[in-house]
Ligand binder design. Structure first.
Ligand code: OGA
Ligand code: MN
Length: 311
């Protein structure tokens, strides 16, 4: 049998972060030495874009397992009520037809339009998320990504020193959102966690701001002051020079490092175009625990952290 030689190439898509990797079919088992290249690129570039990947859910899950255990989600509007490892970002109902704009699943998904890091409200936040494009709109519906690492590195030294050692409270719910008022109290409690305001990638020691929509208070600071500092830091991270906007093409797959990037969905004409992307989420380790070694491929799943996990 002839051996197929793959040639991985890495091309930067933004001056500060994001690389496109070509020359690999992710739907097949990935040899460890090739995964090493991807793992290193992921730690270095924070976001990796792959094109023309014919993922179905099984092959997406199998590839994601190279990065570690996956988060498991229970049935909710974000996964079309199918519990498991796949979350669906779509404006379509189960019947494939466009949902009305006031449908609960649509309202819920609109919240992805706020800058956030996936699962930052969980005791062990997500390491990475992988979205694969199944149906894309011809215009709009980009996903925007911000480098919270490049933003941190651009801060003046005094500001960096002020932030050092601080922690923030992240919540699944938002105090200003009416729809959150009736949220299950027990789930709310479980999804209120303290996270470091700065996170360090243990592979390369590079630090990043850890902020976004779920970060709502700074521990040891008056509520209002902490909130405005968090808003200011999120605004700082998401300035145009730190942002890459991904325009989806059919077959695109993008994996991002939730420890050092923020992302948001952007709007499109949801009454005219269809959009469907499937997400797998790779579970993290305890905050900033040693994670120097490349992960071993996983077969098992992380235990569900909650009965109600929305992102
Ligand atoms: C996500 C997410 C944004 C989008 O999948 O976690 O926030 O553009 N998606 O659909
Ligand atoms: Mn998200």
């Amino acid at each position: 049998m002839a051996t197929v030689k793959t040639r991985l190439t890495i091309k930067r898509l933004h001056p500060l972060f994001v690389a496109e990797v070509t020359g690999i079919d992710l739907t097949r088992p990935i040899p460890r030495e090739e995964f090493r290249t991807i793992w290193d690129a992921f730690n270095e570039h924070q976001i990796i874009v792959f094109r023309n990947q014919a993922f179905d859910d099984d092959s997406q899950i199998a590839f994601s397992h190279n990065f570690g255990e996956l988060e498991t989600m229970v049935a909710h509007p974000g996964n079309d009520w199918n519990p498991g490892h796949i979350s669906v970002m779509t404006n379509l109902g189960k019947d494939g037809k466009m949902l009305p704009l006031d449908h609960p699943a649509m309202i819920h998904r609109d919240r992805n339009e706020a800058w956030h890091s996936d699962s930052s409200f969980k005791p062990v936040a997500a390491l990475a998320s992988l979205l694969s494009a199944r149906i894309v709109p011809p215009v709009g519906g980009n996903t925007d990504f911000a480098s919270a690492r490049a933003a941190y590195e651009a801060l003046p030294a005094e500001r960096k020193a002020e932030l050092e050692g601080r922690t923030a409270i992240h919540r699944i719910t938002h105090p200003d959102m009416d729809e959150d008022k009736g949220y299950d109290e027990e789930a709310k409690k479980r999804h209120t966690v303290t996270q470091p305001l700065l996170r360090t990638n243990p592979v390369n020691g590079r630090k990043a701001l850890y902020v976004g929509a779920h970060a709502q208070e700074i521990v040891g600071m008056p509520l209002k002051e902490g909130r405005s500092m968090l808003d200011e830091l999120t605004a700082f991270c998401t300035q145009p020079q730190f942002v890459y906007s991904h325009h989806w093409r059919d077959g695109d797959a993008v994996i991002w490092d939730n420890r050092c990037t923020l992302h948001r969905a952007t709007s499109f004409d949801k009454t005219k175009y269809k959009r469907k992307l499937h997400r797998t989420t790779i579970a993290g380790k305890a905050p900033d625990s040693a994670f120097e070694r490349m992960p071993e491929p996983q077969r098992s799943c992380a235990a569900p952290l909650s009965r109600k996990i929305w992102r």
